[in-house]
Structure formats: C-alpha cells, structure tokens
Design a protein around this ligand. Structure first.
Ligand code: AMP
Ligand code: FE
Ligand code: FE
Ligand code: ZN
Length: 285
C-alpha cells in the first residue's frame, strides 16, 4: 500500500515531516509522497529521515491553478529525479505572491474590525502561511467558534473577508511541471465541475491535450462510483492513475494516512511503478 497525497506542517498539515514519516512507517506504507501546497520544504526535511527509516519518499507538490473560471488543484510528481532549479525558483515566486495575498487579507480583516496581525498568523505557519493559519488565529482570538466557522464567516471565497490570490494558469503549471521532469495529475477531481460528469470529461480531455499525464483516481473524498468513473476517464484519455489520502493531520481529523476516510483507500504499489515508467525511470527504481 502507498499514499501519494499528504501534507506536513510546512504547508497546512499539522504533522511535522518527521512525524509524517514515522506514521507512514508505523502503518507499513511502501511509499509516501509529500505534496505540500507551493513548497518542497517538508519533503527536504523528511528525505534523510525516510532514508534512515527505509521508507521510499516521493517528491511532490500541490498547486492551486486557474482553469477558465474555476480553481483546480494540480499535483506534480517527481518520482525519479529532483525538479529543476528553475522550477524551484518558480515555487519561490509563488510563495512571494502568497505573502502578498496574506498582507492584503490582514488589511481586509482589519477593515472589518478584526484585530489580528500578520506576525500572529505567520507564527502559526512554517514555510508557508495559508488561510488555515488565519483561521486558527481567528478562533484563538474569539472571532470564530471553530476553524469551519472562521472560513464560513470570513475566509471562504464567498465570505466577506475574502481576497483573491494570484493563481497560476493551469496550462503554465502543467508546462512547468513537465519541463522540470515531473508528472502533472489533476487532484481530487470530485471537487472539479461539482459532479457534472460530462463537464469533467470535457475538462480532463482539454487538460490531457495540454500535457497533463495523470488523474487522481483514488482519494479520501471519492465514492466507489467516483473511482470507477475517474478510472474510465484515465483509460479514455490515456492518463496514468494517482491516488492518496490528502492527509492533513489534525486539520482534517477524519482522514487517516494510507487508509483515507473510514478505510476507503488501499492504493496498490503498481500505481507508483506506472508513474516511474512515464518519466522513464522505472529501471532506476
Ligand atoms: P490558501 O491556499 O491559503 O488560500 O488556503 C487554502 C486551504 O484552506 C485549503 O487547502 C483548505 O485546507 C482550506 N479551505 C479553503 N476553503 C475552506 C472552507 N470553506 N472550509 C474549510 N477549509 C477551507
Ligand atoms: Fe490543503
Ligand atoms: Fe487540494
Ligand atoms: Zn492536498
């Protein structure tokens, strides 16, 4: 069993890279991909720890991209070789645009009478500060009763505190991942096109045409019907299948590493082998 979608406290998870590696070893995973949002800092910290523990660790990333009028999460996998220096520099640019959003979000919240500072929020994050860190400060300071309430009242796209963040056009994200030697996979397709299966098929076809090579068939949020349909899309468009729990630790307590939501996942090792074949590195592994 493997898990190709997980987050550390370097983005919006709660487990340190070391704790995540330890959990993967404890449950007997054969391979783990760390796919933090916009940063590979968690992977870099985990890498020597995984090597010591005999766990195969895969370098990954999750990017928020713009596709037409909607936001689509895109996973990038580098199963054999590290991404290029150019790609790493580009991630630095994405992190800077996030900092810019965070500054504007603080100003917006202050204009709504919410008294929090950027320093307080950044103290919650590690490499990257995101809205979940804002949510925690809002709860601590009594502006919301829990994390969900903070999103509903202030941080969600539909809420009054929302400010937009620069999102990379998806064609650019796909091109950059593949140019850097990686594989681009559509993350949790269940959140794209809101279960309009015809529309999703059209989107997946377009993205395959742009060079996207995979789709996340297995995910904690997917029903058996979802899995069957996404598998058929993979076949139809000649895409590889990826899968993972999207583990965030205490930020999504119902999701377990490896086994997902109430044991709805058991991703076979062959999934990773197919990805390695795609980047021509199966013989090296
Ligand atoms: P950011 O990338 O900083 O804009 O934050 C995005 C993260 O916030 C997502 O990965 C989710 O974990 C979380 N999030 C976004 N919208 C909601 C929501 N409505 N309710 C709860 N969590 C949310
Ligand atoms: Fe997340
Ligand atoms: Fe996501
Ligand atoms: Zn994720």
């Amino acid at each position: 069993m493997i898990d190709l979608h997980s987050h550390t406290d370097q983005s919006d998870g709660t487990f340190t890279p070391g704790e995540l590696v330890a959990e993967a070893v404890k449950i007997g995973l054969h391979a783990l991909a760390i796919t933090d949002h916009d940063t590979m800092a968690g992977y870099a910290i985990a890498k020597p720890l995984a090597a010591d523990a005999g766990l195969e660790l895969i370098c990954g990333i999750e990017l928020s991209t713009r596709f037409g009028g909607t936001s689509v999460h895109l996973l990038g996998y580098f199963p054999c070789e590290a991404p290029s220096a150019e790609f790493m520099a580009w991630l630095g640019f994405l992190q800077e645009s996030r900092r810019d959003r965070n500054r504007r979000l603080i100003e917006k919240l202050q204009s709504l009478g919410v008294d929090i500072t950027l320093a307080e929020v950044e103290a919650k994050g590690r490499s990257l500060t995101g809205r979940p860190h804002f949510a925690r400060v809002l709860v601590e300071k009594g502006y919301a009763k829990d994390i969900q309430d903070a999103f509903d009242q202030l941080l969600d796209e539909s809420a009054r505190g929302y400010v937009q963040r620069h999102e990379v056009p998806i064609d650019e994200a796909i091109a950059r991942i593949t140019a850097a030697g990686g594989i681009a996979s559509m993350a949790h397709p269940v959140r794209v096109a809101k279960n309009d299966w015809e529309k999703l098929a059209k989107y997946v076809g377009e993205l395959a045409g742009m060079g996207m090579q995979a789709i996340e068939v297995f995910h904690s949020d997917h029903t058996p019907e979802n899995v069957a349909y996404y598998r058929s899309l993979a076949m139809r468009f000649g895409l590889a299948m990826t899968g993972g729990s999207d583990f965030h630790g205490g930020n999504k307590p119902s999701i377990s590493l490896g086994t997902g939501l109430r044991n709805n996942l058991a991703i076979p090792d062959g999934i990773l082998l197919s990805l390695k074949r795609l980047v021509g590195g199966a013989q090296k592994a």
